[in-house]
Design a binder for this molecule. Structure first.
Ligand SMILES: [Fe+2]
Ligand SMILES: [Fe+2]
Length: 322
């Protein structure tokens, strides 16, 4: 779409502007920061991008928990790179939200005050080293399934941020799979540890796609605006279809007695999800909600001197301060 508010746009009334916007979305054109957009479209994007950015940085915590105890130097180096990638993903996404006129400070304040959410998956604990493998395989795998279609999202800055994020998520998924494979093929104790991690992470991973379509309040509008390209249930099915044969290759079992290939549908059938657990975790009653938020607030406070020093440095050099 056009960049910058043109003279023609400046004289258009609201319905004419909306018609230009609708036509651009219908033609699969990208909406750019200076284009006119409906207030609700902007608000939806800010909410979604903020939640996504928060998930990236909160998601650093459960895995960072294992950096000092990684079983080898190689595993430690890989895990450090992955956790740093997640910080980078947070930065790209906060920057994308800034193009919509919302500052990073404002979004972080909302996260710290508990007024904006992050993915419920990060409120579960990482009890053993195998959890790092299970998170990479299942959690990053579910994230990729969700995020690849976002590379075609109608809002330009978000779509472009997702291209690089998805490439890095693929590396995360592979490292998790490879770590689990090593454990699964290791000693009986290691195999049992891998199985236990998969047993605990499978269902929360399926919940990452959000509530079923008929209970998802924002889905229909987001799809009409081409922010979302597929429904929650459609993406969840796609993920199950990919993960089920991978579990077999790993020599691990997914904890669902109802999971089986359905020849007629051409998809795997799977059991009912415990949505009560999902809503409880979302409400703040998951095993680690409090710990994650208090650690995040502490990290923000501990970093205050860095922000002050950066602002002072920028001021000294006559650069615009953020
Ligand atoms: Fe990420
Ligand atoms: Fe990741």
């Amino acid at each position: 779409m056009t960049t910058g508010t043109s003279a023609a746009e400046a004289t258009m009334d609201a319905s004419a502007l909306e018609a230009v916007f609708d036509a651009a979305v219908a033609a699969d054109e990208r909406i750019e920061p200076r284009d006119w957009m409906p207030d609700a479209y902007r608000a939806t994007l800010v909410r979604q991008i903020a939640q996504h950015a928060h998930s990236e940085i909160i998601g650093m915590q459960p895995e960072a928990n294992w950096i000092t105890r990684a079983p080898s130097l190689r595993r430690k180096a890989i895990l450090m790179a992955k956790v740093q990638d997640e910080a980078g993903h947070g930065l790209y996404l906060y920057s994308a939200a800034e193009t919509l006129g919302t500052s990073r400070d404002e979004l972080l304040d909302k996260l710290h005050a508990g007024r904006q959410k992050y993915s419920s998956i990060f409120n579960y604990p990482t009890l053993t080293w195998a959890d790092v493998g299970a998170i990479g395989w299942l959690v990053d795998g579910a994230a990729i399934t969700n995020q690849v279609p976002l590379c075609r999202c109608s809002y330009g800055p978000y779509a472009r941020a997702m291209v690089r994020i998805c490439k890095e998520e693929s590396f995360h998924q592979r490292q998790g799979y490879e770590a689990l494979l090593a454990l699964s093929q290791g000693t009986p104790e290691q195999h049992a540890m891998a199985q236990d991690a998969v047993d605990r992470w499978w269902w929360p991973s399926l919940m990452m796609f959000g509530p079923p379509d008929d209970e998802s309040s924002h889905s229909a509008q987001s799809m009409a605006w081409k922010i979302k390209r597929h429904s929650n249930d459609e993406l969840r099915q796609r993920f199950v279809d990919i993960a089920a044969p991978q579990a077999e290759a790993l020599g691990l079992t997914l904890p669902d007695p109802d999971l089986r290939w359905n020849e007629e549908r051409g998809h795997y059938d799977f059991g009912a999800i415990d949505w009560t657990e999902f809503w409880e975790v979302l409400k703040g009653n998951g095993p680690c909600n409090e710990q994650r938020l208090s650690k995040r607030r502490q990290a923000h406070e501990d970093g205050a001197w860095v922000r002050e020093a950066a602002a002072a440095y920028a001021g000294k050099h006559g650069e615009a301060q953020r």
